[in-house]
Design a binder for this molecule. Structure first.
Ligand code: AKB
Length: 337
């Protein structure tokens, strides 16, 4: 008999570590998969496989041993990293997702019940052509400006579509209609965790500023002071993933939702950091290429569909995020080390 589990890929990453802390409190055991080992503080919460989502024989072994109630597929190469190795990013982000969608489709059919497939997407799927347009269309809705300028953004947008295809049309011409998987996706803004620093992203300047200030290290911000994008604190990212996963399917009017909390320019982000760390040395040395990527992202996201369909609301607005989560936890983190 296969053991029922929730699978989390990319589990050693930023979202992964926060998510397994939350899912680890539930009734269904966790199976986690990542190239890296899990950090010590969460390692006890799951059965961890150190391996590659692209390893087909590994996936075949997992299918024969486990029944997947849900898959949180977090593994990805982010927007900056992806521009250095675009083909590799495509391989991991698209082929990796396709392999897991096929696995979830087969298991949905085999057990006669949909496997829930949760896929974090990103603000990187948006691509506004210039700053003027970015100012004019400040809060973008899901179907607007889907013109990504990075490999990562293109991969995310395409995988959203693949997920919808697997939910609705997979094997549509087969004699018998299979039970389809249940795909749901969230487009995240820049995420900020108090416990981990991001790597390989282009929204990283926000969290990097804050962590550097807390460590007493100088920081050179790689975008201009006036560049603006939305952000969200990590507990809200986890909350939104769990809320979306728990929403009855009949309430979902779409499969892909924006979620967000607050929108800040780099300078406003810096001001927030300086309020708590007045001696922080944060200067600007803009990298025009990374700047252009952030310029193409929406200044804010319209998340009214998530609010309407499944009562989404972040717990942490800007003030609470900094004053009650980020600053106290980050201080504690670097004091303890
Ligand atoms: C990145 O910067 O690539 C990510 C994202 C916005 O999805 N943090």
């Amino acid at each position: 008999m296969r053991k029922k589990v929730i699978l989390v890929t990319g589990s050693a990453g930023e979202i992964g570590c926060a998510l397994i802390e939350k899912l680890g409190q539930g009734d269904i055991p966790l199976l986690t998969l990542d190239l890296d080992p899990l950090p010590d503080d969460v390692a006890h919460l799951s059965t961890h496989i150190q391996g590659d989502i692209l390893d087909e024989s590994l996936l075949a072994r997992l299918v024969s041993e486990y029944e997947f109630e849900a898959i949180f597929h977090l593994a990805a190469l982010l927007s900056t990293r992806g521009e250095y190795t675009p083909e590799m990013a495509h391989h991991v982000n698209v082929d990796g997702t396709l392999g897991l969608l096929k696995l979830a489709a087969e298991q949905s059919e085999w057990r006669g019940k949909s496997v829930l497939f949760i896929f974090p997407s990103s603000i990187a799927v948006y691509g506004l052509p210039d700053r003027e347009t970015k100012t004019q269309y400040a809060r973008v809705r899901e179907w607007e400006w889907n013109n990504p300028r990075t490999m990562y953004g293109s991969n995310k947008l395409y995988c959203e579509m693949l997920g919808i295809y697997f939910s609705k049309y997979y094997r549509q011409l087969a004699a018998e209609q299979p039970v389809m998987l249940d795909f749901r996706s969230l487009r995240f803004p820049g995420l900020i965790s108090a416990f981990t620093t991001p790597s390989g992203g282009t929204s990283d300047y926000g969290p990097e500023m804050l962590h550097a200030a807390a460590k007493g290290e100088p920081y050179e911000c790689f975008v201009d002071p006036d560049v603006r994008i939305p952000f969200m604190a990590m507990p809200d990212a986890v909350k939104s993933l769990v809320m979306l996963a728990n929403t009855p399917v009949e309430k979902l009017n779409q499969r892909v939702y924006n979620v967000t909390s607050f929108s800040l320019s780099a300078e406003e982000f810096r001001d927030q950091v300086l309020q708590s760390f007045p001696n922080a040395q944060i200067t600007y040395d803009s990298d025009p290429k990374r700047q252009a990527i952030v310029d193409s992202w929406a200044a804010d996201l319209d998340d009214s569909a998530a609010r309407r369909d499944w009562n989404w609301k972040p717990d942490y607005d800007m003030k609470r995020a900094f004053n009650e989560y980020l600053v106290p936890k980050i201080r504690q983190r670097y004091q303890d080390n």
